[in-house]
Design a protein around this ligand. Structure first.
Ligand SMILES: [Zn+2]
Length: 78
């Protein structure tokens, strides 16, 4: 009985070891994709204006207190 448990444990360990590598790779890829979704300097994404709901590109958006606005008038700055 103990031998069976040990065999199963070894198989599970080997299986886990083989599975672990691509899983780490995948999580890194997902992390990279998550990073890419963040408003970056190089990547242009569409952001919704906090005030009027107009979509504006991340390059043109005005950021005030971590909120995005389409125009300076929406952002409340002159
Ligand atoms: Zn606006």
């Amino acid at each position: 009985m103990l031998k069976i448990i040990l065999t199963v444990a070894v198989i599970a360990a080997v299986y886990f070891f083989l599975i672990k590598k691509p899983a780490v790779k995948k999580s890194r890829k997902e992390r990279a994709e998550a990073e890419a979704k963040k408003p970056g300097l190089d990547e242009e994404i569409m952001l919704e204006c906090e005030k009027c709901g107009t979509f504006v590109s991340s390059k043109e958006a005005i950021i005030v207190d971590g909120k995005y606005f389409c125009t300076k008038s929406c952002a409340g700055v002159k």
